[in-house]
Structures are given as structure tokens and as C-alpha cells.
Design a protein around this ligand. Structure first.
Ligand code: ZN
Length: 197
């Protein structure tokens, strides 16, 4: 009988880690960080789950280094998009997140696309439109969604005060992680071949 892999969450001196635990006919505890950034541990059948957790805890510094290297590789921007693809990708991002603010009374704003040098987006709340950076087309979908939602929330809270962040927390609880991930893509800023769209 093959034991089902088990998802484990362990508190380590370097932060909380999740890993997949599998019992196998192996002699030693084995640890692997896969190509998708997943942490997998296999243990001999005689070992306890607690021993596996302790093992992960003792290797947590190494695991987090490996995960960080993996995240850095993820931050390789996508190739520049054509004008049409750019408009489609960013229009789709806006369409995906707009339903989150629609019940709050935000009117779907016209979208302008620009190759901004230092900003991912802008909310022109007085004029009623938002601008998204064409470089966002080179970022993963979840980061486009984050920027689009950020700009939409500015129609409700014009500045970055506590109200703004509370609204972001309510609508996209993991927005801080996305904002952090976006920092890895600053290389995509200002390198759009197509320029203004
Ligand atoms: Zn803002």
C-alpha cells in the first residue's frame, strides 16, 4: 500500500514553510525543492511526522534560500507584447477585477495604456479614467490584476491612507505578496518597444 502524500505546515526560525510529506521505502529523510518551487520530503516508514517537521525546521535556512532563488528566476519578464496583445491583456485584467469594486459604486473607467517610466499605473479619479503601464503585459496575470485593482480602489480612496489599504485587504487579501512580486519586474519598465498604445 502506498501512503498518500500529506501537506504539512511547519513553523521554522525562518518563517512558516509548507511541504509535501511522503513515506517511502527509503533509508534516510530526503528533501527536495522542485522546479515549481514546491518543497517535498520523503521519509522512511518508521519515521514519525514530527521527525519530518524537525528535519524541515533544521534545513529551513537552506530551503528558503532555494525558494528565493526560484522566485528570482520567476521574475524574468515575459517578451514584449504587440500593441493588440497589450490592450487585450490589460483590458482583461481590468474586466477581471472590476466586479470587486462595482458593488461599491465605482463606474467602469476608460482604460488608457502608456509606457510609463516609473509607475505601473495611475488613477485619474477626477477625470474618471485609469492608466496602466504597457510593461504590465510582460508581468504575470496576477500582478496585472493587482495593479488594475489598486487603481480602481483609488476611485474610493484617493491617497494611500489606512482606508485605502483596508479596502485592498478586503478585496484582495494577498495584495502585499503581489506588490512584492511586482518589484521583481521593474526591469520591464521603460523597455517596451511599442511605446504608447
Ligand atoms: Zn496608488
Amino acid at each position: 500500500m502506498v501512503a498518500q502524500p500529506q501537506r504539512r505546515l511547519v513553523d521554522t526560525p525562518h518563517g512558516v514553510l509548507t511541504y509535501t510529506l511522503t513515506r517511502k521505502t527509503v533509508k534516510n529523510l530526503n528533501l527536495r525543492v522542485g522546479p515549481g518551487g514546491e518543497v517535498a520530503v520523503s521519509i522512511p516508514r518508521r519515521c514519525s511526522v514530527r521527525q519530518a517537521d524537525d528535519f524541515v525546521r533544521s534545513r529551513s535556512g537552506w530551503i528558503l534560500d532555494a525558494l528565493r532563488r526560484w522566485e528570482d528566476r520567476q521574475a524574468e519578464p515575459l517578451p514584449p507584447a504587440s500593441r493588440e496583445d497589450c490592450a487585450r491583456l490589460l483590458g482583461e485584467a481590468l474586466a477581471r477585477v472590476y466586479p470587486l469594486v462595482e458593488p461599491l459604486g465605482v463606474i467602469l473607467p476608460p482604460l488608457r495604456l502608456r509606457a510609463l517610466k516609473s509607475q505601473w499605473g495611475n488613477c485619474h479619479w477626477a477625470q474618471g479614467y485609469i492608466t496602466l503601464n504597457t510593461a504590465l503585459a510582460r508581468c504575470p496575470e496576477e500582478l496585472r490584476d493587482y495593479v488594475a485593482l489598486h487603481e480602481l480602489v483609488h476611485f474610493l480612496h484617493h491617497d494611500h491612507g489606512p482606508g485605502f489599504y483596508a479596502q485592498m485587504d478586503a478585496l484582495m487579501p494577498d495584495w502585499r505578496r503581489r506588490r512584492k512580486a511586482l518589484k521583481g519586474y521593474t526591469g520591464a519598465l521603460g523597455k517596451e518597444r511599442s511605446g504608447k498604445v
